[in-house]
Design a protein around this ligand. Structure first.
Ligand code: DON
Length: 588
């Protein structure tokens, strides 16, 4: 009897061992445990939505659960963020969406960037002395480009979604009409922008209590006019925004505030589907946003330069590593200032800029022992204005991955937090100040210190150059492994770069890759920006290499990313902002 028990226990033990072995060996994809990671992602074997605001992520995850695909969920999240994250989520702005279609193994880029109104002209932001009037370029009604968001989201739904407009907008309408609970993030952000928003009647009425007080965490925030605008879009599609009542309200606001956008500008707004710009980095391939974003080109260009160095050997965030990153950034942003603009107006030498041989010549200009001086990297531009961003910067990124393998990675924005601060009376949404992304005058800096020239000069119907960089990374078998992107103005491209380097050369999981301290350089101003967590020793070494290191740390971006490992999706909402959330799709 005893022997029998012992034998059966041994058999049981063997069975347990062999079954655990078979899990470990035959199905490693189902195990997602990185014992060395200090930060862990949210895991799903179905779909996932990651955005900067939890309610909006949930809206997208619910759409996936209801049978929608990644595009349906992204469009629903985009409309929901227009309600729950009004500083960056928007109807009155524009953006870029990268869509990966699993069944076709194809990536497409949807450009819904704002367009300059017909009444715009090259010198519109110059004062009588010929100096740039930054107040006008950033905070007047003339700083608004013709909004593209509604056109872009509806285009994506129409072409690649599976649900109706009503189905995907319904959650946003409910959030606006019935309200949602204000969190700390929204309460703080409205508080910080109160001076600017209070100076416009409609903005004050929409975003503050009747007596002008701030909303506090826990208050319910109802946006009735916005819910009416969303309902018109749900009922009439594109015409619910670009024609009829909403268009009339926008144009009336323009007349009151001395803006330029007309009914004709709205009717003429066009979404453009473009070929993404694609390249490779070591054994990986990547696709990102082409012009009028500078993001994809310069991301690939920096990777091409860095491919010539053994970054792994230098060590993550070591001074040697940061030095090489900075030098690659310096070269790329110098090129950005000269060559980049709206490709429908100015020829952009895309292929030359992402050419590996060109990158090799740039890599040879990097001295491992000494920093270059930016003014020498771009001779001819002897004068530049260093600009500090005083307004809080806000854009927002979200990523969606569905169980069929379709992906959306989307960045959209009003430019600054709450755009130009001007809400459309009666329509409940804010207008962008994206016209400041044009080069108002050659050599003068925009709100992010970026310098441009003729290629990015203002012209009617032209799209201002952007840095927004929704990106998808593919492995050596050409399977997508990472979807990422970030807000951060000029810093967006270098943040995407570091997400890719962390994930490839340093083999970090997505949560770890997100949490790592970041650095930034953009040629001019000639300064290395860094986050808390880069050690004082490293900063000292960088200074001794000749770098101008900024006097204090700052926070760089807010990535909302999803990676795939085997059958698992791993999502990471950036902890740099409150309220961001990765929500896995629930099983039915
Ligand atoms: O398109 C651009 O590059 C800028 N308008 C983005 C602004 C931005 O990221 C602000 N957010 N942090």
């Amino acid at each position: 009897m005893k022997i029998k028990v012992a034998i059966s226990t041994a058999i049981l033990g063997l069975l347990v061992l062999s079954s655990s072995l078979s899990i470990a060996t035959s199905s490693p994809d189902n195990i997602f445990l990185d014992k060395n990671a200090r930060f862990h992602p949210v895991i799903s074997q179905l779909g996932m939505v990651v955005s900067q605001e939890a309610i909006a992520s949930q809206v997208g995850a619910d759409i996936l659960e209801a049978g929608g695909n990644a595009i349906d969920a992204a469009v629903a999240t985009g409309f929901a963020l227009a309600v729950t994250l009004p500083r960056a989520g928007n109807l009155g702005g524009g953006g870029f969406m990268l869509v990966y279609l699993a069944d076709k193994n194809k990536t497409i880029a949807i450009d819904y960037r704002e367009m300059a109104p017909m009444g715009a002209n090259k010198d519109m932001f110059l004062d009588p002395q010929g100096k740039v009037d930054n107040q006008k370029a950033r905070f007047s009604a003339q700083s608004s480009g013709v909004p593209g968001t509604v056109g872009g989201l509806l285009y994506a739904l129409d072409e690649y979604g599976s649900l109706s407009i009503e189905e995907v907008i319904k959650p946003a309408i409910k959030l606006a009409s019935q309200g949602f609970m204000i969190n700390h993030d929204l309460s703080d952000s409205l508080h910080l922008s109160s001076k600017r928003l209070h100076s416009h009647k409609a903005s004050k009425r929409y975003f503050y209590k009747e007596n002008g007080d701030n909303y506090l965490p826990g208050d319910v925030f109802i946006q009735s006019d916005l819910s009416q605008t969303l309902s018109r879009i749900a009922e009439q599609g594109r015409s619910g925004f670009y024609a009829g009542k909403t268009a009339d309200l926008i144009v009336s606001q323009m007349k009151r505030s001395n803006g330029l956008i007309t009914l004709k500008d709205l009717a003429n707004y066009r979404v453009v589907e473009r070929q993404p710009v694609c390249g490779s980095y070591r054994q990986h391939r990547l696709c990102a946003m082409p012009p009028p974003s500078s993001g994809g080109i310069h991301l690939i260009q920096m990777l091409n330069i860095l491919e010539n160095f053994d970054l792994k050997k230098m060590g993550h965030n070591s001074s040697a590593y940061i030095h090489h990153l900075v030098e690659a950034m310096r070269s790329s942003y110098a090129d950005r200032s000269l060559y980049l603009g709206d490709p429908d107006f100015t020829p952009v030498p895309v292929n030359q800029l992402i050419d590996k041989a060109y990158a090799k010549t740039l890599s040879e200009q990097i001295n491992s022992q000494h920093a270059r001086i930016s003014k020498d990297v771009y001779p001819g531009l002897d004068k530049w204005i260093s600009s500090e961003v005083t307004e809080s910067e806000e854009t927002t990124h979200f990523s969606v991955w569905d169980k069929q393998g379709n992906i959306v990675t989307n960045t959209y924005t009003l430019n600054f937090a709450y755009g130009n601060g001007i809400a459309v009376e009666g329509a409940g949404f804010l207008l962008n100040n994206e016209m400041d992304d044009f080069s108002a005058k050659p050599g003068s800096a925009n709100g992010y210190g970026l310098i441009g020239g003729a290629a990015n000069a203002i012209q009617p119907k032209k799209r201002p150059l952007s840095s927004m960089t929704p990106t998808i990374l593919f492995n050596s078998h050409n399977k997508p492994v990472l979807a990422t992107g970030s807000p951060g103005g000029s810093t967006i491209i270098t943040i995407a770069l570091q997400m890719i380097l962390n994930s490839t050369d340093f083999n970090m999981g997505i949560a770890e890759a997100t949490a790592m301290p970041r650095i930034h350089h953009q040629w001019l101003p000639d300064a290395v920006y860094y986050e808390n967590g880069i050690s004082p020793d490293t900063l000292k070494n960088l200074k001794s290499l000749g770098h101008h290191v900024s006097s204090k740390p700052r926070v760089l971006g807010s990535t909302q990313s999803i990676s795939r490992k085997g059958n698992n999706l791993a999502g990471s909402a950036d902890p740099r902002r409150q309220g961001a959330s990765a929500i896995p799709q629930k099983t039915k």
